[in-house]
Each structure stands twice: as C-alpha cells, then as structure tokens.
Design a binder for this molecule. Structure first.
Ligand code: CA
Length: 236
C-alpha cells in the first residue's frame, strides 16, 4: 500500500488546473492531488480550460490532449501566450507524445494513458521542483549561448525557441561539460524521475534539440548515454 508523505506542497497551497473530459479520470486525478495537499480546479473542455486558467492562475496545468471545443495543443498555446505556466500533457498513445515533442509544444512533461494517479502526482511534483530550481550561470560554447536565468538559448546571437524540457536537456548536458550522462541520469536531472522509466522520452527530446541547435550539440556515446557535443568545451 502506497502511503503519501506530503512533501512538495510547502506551506502555501499550490493550485493545479486539471483539464480532462473523462469524468472518471478527472475525478481520480483531482482526488489524488487534493489528498497530496494541492488545491484543484477542473475543466472539461478547451474553452473552459483557458477561462479557468486566467481566473485561478494555477501553479501547474494537467492537460488532456483530446478535448471537446478545441484540443490540448490549442489550450497549451493560448495559456502559454498569457504567461508561462508548467504543463503536464496527457496523451492516449506514445506516438502522440513523440508527435507533440516533434512539434515543440510547450509542455513540460507527457504522460501516456493509462497511468496511475500516483504516477501523475510524481510527475506534477517533479515539474514543480524544476520550475522552482535556482538558475545557474550563463554557459557559452562557440556560437551557442545558454542563459539559465532568462531560459534563453541563442546561436550567434539569434534566439532559438526551445520547449521547457528541450531547454533543460541542453542546459544539463552543457553544465556537465565533457561528462557523459546516462539516460537514467538525464531522466533524474531533467525530468526529476526517480524510477528510471522513459528512455524513449530522452531519445525523442535529444532528436528535437539536435534539429533546432544542430546535430553536433549532443554527442551519442553508444552504450552509455549522451554528452554535450560542441567541440571546444564550455566556459561559464
Ligand atoms: Ca479526452
């Protein structure tokens, strides 16, 4: 039997907006979040989700992809246009997650159905921890510049749009310098997972970062993992 120990919520209640049109899933997720000390607001379609997000200013949004009205993709665009809010996206299949990562949707994490409410809460807490982490120094290598405080990446002075997870992936690799990081280490450092599941998540994000910043920015070390790949190393 899993016993919750209410870490992460702190002394001020954090508020989660749960956007899900299937009542059984929405109720189970909401009940679990409430039992962990979170405040919860629910919405069951796209337009309502955008309204509630503006009203309650949640600390994080749990967002189903397939919704009536307009879908989770459009909800994500609209709420992120107003202000930066962490999003955990719920998808029906793994290939939907790959597609969304490829599109560069601004979600912080993805969870494929079916999932346990316990797993979702672990993801929610991990994303909230990432959002609260203290930024490190600016990293520069050749034309690539990573500014953790501003969460901006530039190549030769031009801003490259990265999703939150893509940003954290290249930042963690650059901070590690020449050190090769395994997929499990990356899952822990970037996604905050402790159970080591989700190697394909790492691989699909590595592909999308390479597409945006160049293949040479992340080096594959076969049988081990990934390393920051720019040739002349990193100075901070
Ligand atoms: Ca749905």
């Amino acid at each position: 039997m899993f016993v919750a120990n209410g870490t992460g919520a702190g002394d001020t209640t954090q508020h989660i907006l749960v956007v899900e049109d299937e009542p059984i899933i929405a109720d189970a997720v909401a009940a679990r979040l409430v039992s962990e000390g979170f405040g919860v607001t629910k919405a069951a379609d796209g337009p309502t989700a955008v309204e509630r997000c503006a009203e309650v200013q949640p600390d994080l949004v749990v967002l189903d992809l397939n919704l009536p009205g307009f879908d989770g993709l459009e909800v994500c665009r609209r709420i992120q246009a107003a202000r930066r809010v962490p999003v955990v996206m719920l998808t029906a299949r793994d290939d939907e997650t790959d597609m969304l990562v490829g599109l560069g949707v601004g979600a912080d994490d993805y969870l494929t159905k079916p999932f346990s409410p316990r797993e979702l809460v672990a993801r929610v807490k991990a994303v909230l921890r990432r959002a609260e982490a203290t930024p490190g120094p600016v990293l520069e290598s050749d034309g690539l510049r990573i500014d953790p405080a501003a969460r901006v990446v530039t190549i030769d002075g031009t801003v490259v749009h990265l999703t939150p997870t893509e940003f954290d992936l290249i930042r963690v690799l650059a901070e590690a310098g020449r050190t090769v990081l395994s997929r499990d280490q990356l899952l822990s450092m970037v996604w905050g997972y402790r159970d080591g599941s989700g190697a394909r998540t790492v691989d699909s994000h590595v592909r999308s970062v390479r597409r945006k910043l160049g293949d040479e920015t992340i080096r594959t070390v076969h049988g081990v993992g990934y390393a920051f790949g720019a040739p002349s190393g990193v100075t901070s």
